[in-house]
Write a protein that binds this ligand. Structure first.
Ligand code: NDP
Length: 251
């Protein structure tokens, strides 16, 4: 028996990077996958992921949905319920970074990061808890970051959004524990994706590498493995927690 046999999982921002690895990992363990992406440029990747997941013998569908838009999330979850009947797992993974020193940061840049990274988690969680309460079970997993715990120069908006996710996660765990709905966050360190392509170029990457006890950047699949633990009954007594998957990074 697979760990997620018969379950339905939402993964936001899954056309590439960590989200794609999570969608595949949960599907390998038997979950049907409803995932989102936002840019026109990712439509082909989303279609390819849908095909790849279906080859694993589960259902999959990609929806072009802006996670920062409340009404769009409402419509998305309604469509998922029509297409898949229920929602057991919600992985709020979609995120962006717009790095800039505070002196140069514009209000628009701040808002874009907060809306995409933090408001999106509210938008989606607000929608998925209804079917989860009905089913008297659910697992919500929010993608924070080690930067949300430690902070980082040039990343104040990103750090604030990711720290906000942690406060939200702990509060939802308290609100919905009695309904058997668990809510946890993952704090990845530096993971090799489009978001962190700069790590392989120049001094910044080398400087971070020296601070990682495991001596390497992480892989998207390693975050997917942590997500699988939180999505499945392997973590049935875990809620309101932040699991750092960062190679021991201490910045
Ligand atoms: P990528 O940039 O590789 O992928 C980001 C994904 O989010 C894309 O699929 C993108 O969609 C989607 N996305 C962005 N904005 C929106 C939106 N408004 N609505 C819906 N989807 C959106 O990032 P990663 O895979 O590296 O990161 C995934 C998550 O992990 C993020 O939350 C990030 O902050 C977090 N994280 C990443 C770390 C890393 O080192 N990589 C470290 C710590 C945390 P599209 O393809 O359509 O553009």
């Amino acid at each position: 028996m697979k760990l997620l046999q018969g379950k339905v999982a939402i993964v936001t921002g899954a056309a590439r990077g960590i989200g794609a690895a999570i969608a595949l990992k949960l599907a390998e363990q038997g979950a049907d996958i409803a995932f989102t992406y936002v840019s026109e440029g990712s439509a082909e990747k989303a279609a390819a992921l849908e095909t790849e997941i279906k080859k694993l013998g589960v259902n999959a569908k990609g929806y072009k949905t802006n996670a920062a838009d409340f009404a769009a999330c409402e419509a998305f979850v309604s469509n998922v319920l029509t297409d898949f009947s229920t929602i057991d797992i919600c992985v709020n993974n979609a995120g962006i970074s717009k790095d800039n020193l505070l002196l140069r940061m514009t209000a628009e840049q701040w808002d874009e990061v907060m809306d995409t990274n933090l408001k999106s988690v509210f938008n989606m969680t607000k929608q998925v808890i209804r079917p989860m309460m009905k089913a008297k079970s659910g697992s919500i997993i929010n993608m924070s970051s080690i930067i949300g715990i430690r902070g980082n120069a040039g990343q104040s908006s990103y750090a604030a959004s990711k720290a906000g996710i942690i406060g939200f996660t702990k509060s939802i765990a308290l609100e919905l524990g009695s309904r058997n709905i668990r809510c946890n966050a993952i704090a990845p360190g530096f993971i090799e994706t489009d978001m962190t392509h700069y790590l392989n170029e120049g001094e910044a990457g080398k400087a971070f590498l020296e601070k990682i006890p495991l001596g390497r950047f992480g892989k998207a699949e390693e975050i997917a493995n942590t997500t699988l633990f939180l999505a499945s009954e392997l973590s049935s007594y875990v809620t309101g927690q932040v699991i750092s998957a960062c190679g021991g990074l201490n910045i």
